[in-house]
Ligand binder design. Structure first.
Ligand SMILES: Cc1ncc(COP(=O)(O)O)c(C=O)c1O
Length: 403
């Protein structure tokens, strides 16, 4: 048995199950889950229709590289979204389809990490963060190195605080901007400086940008790593690979469709790896995904629905919780009074509302657990349900805490 398996930590939702065990929430209150980051808006009809139309392709094996049309649609969309020069992202060798960014974020480390470089064995990642980065590092034989994100760091890693000796030992840096769970966004200058660090210290950047299209201010779309690389004159995005998903952008998490784009030297090797990995995107998913990348109207509509939910929920919670409006993403990351696990457990017990304790999303380091005392509220349910849940959270706080 691979000994690294035993280094994997239980997934946050397993911990949540244990936290809830033995509780019978009030049956007169409908269950509302705001814990999982699973978009629940109705999927766009044209995507569903395209899937149906293309089902005749079931008798063919899909290829790892996918159709040129899909890769080209995704490349053009990234260029438009980030103001990258048209044609800069080559559909020939700078884009690969993946069956959701989760498997790609996980498998990428396996393909890239050099286990022989024992003096350079770190994979850096935000803490709290998406747990897949940690699993990817551990199963690749790397040592995870966590970059804590606190209120004082603007809820994102402060790269200036990382010692040069750590950068020297870094092989892969996972970035997550917009961040899960904090919703914080790296500026273009921050992305540029971290790309410069990657070149100075010889590491790869795996930039998870799967929340790139869900943001609060229409005039301020989050910056991206490929645009940062281009503005540094890196026309082939050397050392940078980005991960984009249709799950959040188009509200189709069940489609399992994403893309990886960037440095062709890295993607050529990753493509070879994926030939063996065996997660080629089915042809009907490719066809529907191509249309989804080409269209922006549904993305605007989807984003507007999240913006409306934030506009409703934030003013209701603000008098009762220390809460800030995130720049992007669909999570709230408020402070709660006392222990976050007790808060989440009692909220479920009294109001049948499920949220994720912040400490389940982070690891404890020398400065403590940066998720401690916070909860993640995922505004994925429809507007009305989010409003009902918010009212229940307010009632819960009034009933249990000094306000
Ligand atoms: C930060 C982050 N990255 C990646 C993913 C994976 O998304 P998907 O596999 O649906 O593309 C998620 C899903 O919740 C996420 O929160």
């Amino acid at each position: 048995m691979n000994p690294y398996i035993d280094t994997l930590q239980p997934y946050p939702f397993e911990l949540l199950k244990t936290l809830h065990s033995g509780i019978n929430p009030p049956s007169n209150l409908s269950p509302i889950s705001l814990s999982i980051g699973e978009p629940r808006h109705r999927p766009p009809a044209f995507i569903v229709e395209a899937l149906k139309q293309e089902l005749s392709g079931l008798n063919t094996y899909p290829t790892v590289i996918g159709s040129w049309e899909l890769r080209s649609a995704a490349a053009r969309q990234l260029e438009r979204r980030y103001g990258i020069s048209e044609g800069r992202i080559s559909a020939d060798n700078m884009v690969l389809p993946v069956t959701g960014t989760r498997e790609a974020l996980y498998s990428f480390a396996h393909a890239m990490f050099d286990t022989n470089a024992t003096h350079k064995n770190l994979v850096l990642m935000p803490n709290p963060g998406y747990q897949i980065y940690e699993g990817a590092a551990l199963l690749s034989g790397a040592q995870p190195y966590r970059l804590d994100t606190w209120q004082r760091t603007g809820f994102k890693p402060n790269f200036k605080e990382v010692p040069p000796t750590i950068w020297d030992r870094c092989q892969i840096l996972y970035l997550c901007s917009p961040g899960n769970p904090t919703g914080a966004v790296h500026t273009l200058d921050e992305l540029k400086s971290v790309i410069e660090l990657a070149h100075r210290h010889n590491f790869i950047i795996a930039a998870d940008e799967c929340y790139a299209d869900i943001y609060q201010n229409e005039a301020l779309p989050p910056a991206g790593c490929l645009a940062a690389a281009e503005s540094l004159g890196l026309s082939r995005f050397d050392r940078v690979v980005v991960f984009h998903s249709l799950s959040k952008r188009s509200s189709v998490p069940g489609l399992r469709s994403g893309i990886v784009a960037g440095d062709p030297a890295l993607l050529t090797k990753y493509r070879l790896y994926r030939t063996y990995h065996g997660c080629a995107m089915p042809t009907y998913v490719q066809a529907a995904s191509r249309l989804a990348w080409e269209d922006t109207a549904h993305v605007l509509e989807n984003r507007a629905r999240y913006q409306a939910k934030f506009a409703t929920v934030l003013p209701l919670l603000a008098p009762y919780l220390e809460i800030a409006s995130p720049d992007a993403g669909f999570y709230l990351w408020p402070m709660v009074e006392g222990d976050d696990t007790l808060f989440a457990r009692s909220l479920y017990e009294q109001q049948n509302v499920v949220v994720l304790p912040g400490s389940f999303m982070a690891r404890t380091g020398p400065n403590g657990n940066p998720g401690q005392g916070r909860i993640r509220i995922s505004l994925v349910a429809e507007h009305e349900e989010c409003l009902i849940a918010t009212q229940r959270i307010v009632n819960f706080i009034k009933d249990n805490y000094h306000v």
